[in-house]
Design a protein around this ligand. Sequence first.
Ligand code: FRU
Length: 494
Amino acid sequence: MSSQTLREARKYEEATERMISSDERPEFHLSARVGWMNDPNGFSYYKGEYHLFYQYYPYAPYWGPMHWAHAVSRDFLHWDFLPAALAPDSPYDRDGCFSGSAVELPDGRHLLMYTGVLGISQEDGGHHDVQTQCIAVGDGMDYEKYSGNPVLTQADLPEGASIYDFRDPKMWRCADGTYRCVVGSRPADGSGQILLYSSPDGFQWKFEKVLIENQNRFGKMWECPDFFELDGKQVLLVSPQDMLPQGFEYHNGNGTLCVIGSYDEETDTFTEEHNQAIDYGIDFYASQTILTPDGRRVMIGWMQNWDTCNLHHPSRKWFGQMSLPRELSIRNGRLYQNPVRELEQMRCNKVEYRNISFCDTISLVGISGRMIDMEITLRPGDKEQIYKKFAVRFAQNEEYQTSFSFRPYESILKVDRKFSGSRRAIIHQRRSKVNSYGGEIKLRLILDRFSAEMFINDGEQVMTATLYTGMEAQEISFFADGEVTMDVVKYDLK
Ligand code: FRU
């Protein structure tokens, strides 16, 4: 039975959504139905469709008491909204239904696990949110919260772990039919750790162990963990808060971290081997993955950073977009990401140039647009004297432009949205170290109205940024300081 709070949210979103025209949104990235979107939740395959829920406040384009919105897709690119799935309407989640995950039960029901938030007043007048893990069960449309909620509380925490930072359960079903989940937690040292829990049935949960400790190495609290096997390795994805920069690998503030290692199932021991950022751009956080029926590990993230949320379109009734779902693999011990292959079905109007040589600014007939998939292969025009700089500029007109520029001598790729029309004093540029061989580099740029995702060297790295430039800025141009030879293939995405 749905509550009044949920019924109101469903009524409101249905009525308000009609006031947003489809060209005010990204074409193939999921954006907030109305109001506010953050983390992807409950990414799962259920009854023949991909289900994606997300952190949601329908009533304003700003964060508020968290609901779960709901959308479905068959190809990760065309999404249909379903009515909101969860509202903060129970004694244990009155102040929010925070992030979580979903699995299908053997009896065909859809099981959601999320963080219930309950604000309590402190003696000193302060206010703290107590976080517990809760369950809801449904049919892919309507969900009922479990009468035994919360299923993980303070009593299930290891010694020293905070009751205020205990969130974002990611669960999965094991080969033997039991369940496991990882949850973000803050230990006594004030940083982060990931807790492992197990369950025979998805309802009764038990603490197993601390899977990995941050020990203040990568930011503080670790949010939104995901833990899975990939190409013979074990992978942990987390989103750390309060990062300090480390070279070009990690940047200040909310970041993303991928730890690759090995896993001993007998003892549940995760041994770290390698760490790296997930995304090297500006806007990517809180990633979550799904295992598709054909065996692909696909990751989606909130295409945003908490520190840049005031880059808001002034008159929009929605805020927040998801990244393009990305197929993950491990090559040479590193995480690789590529756009889901379904994207290729949206490609049309191919325009191709081979061996274009230039050493100034050029534009190419047929190459423009804000919903495109463009592959650029760069080589130095003169191997003895490598060019100094290359740039691709897009969402461009006389007034605006956003760019990726590459300096082969430093091997740095930079995204710059300073001239995208933003009027906020936030981060507009980010540099990333990339691999290039004598000035050769491969770039694949995906644009979808309000975002740019750059896949570097066949998915070795990704840099993502949002931009809210008006749609009249459609031009694309290329710049070279020194002689560059370029192949470019561009498709429109429809
Ligand atoms: C991460 C996060 C999660 C939390 C949710 C609240 O972006 O802070 O830890 O569950 O957002 O909306």
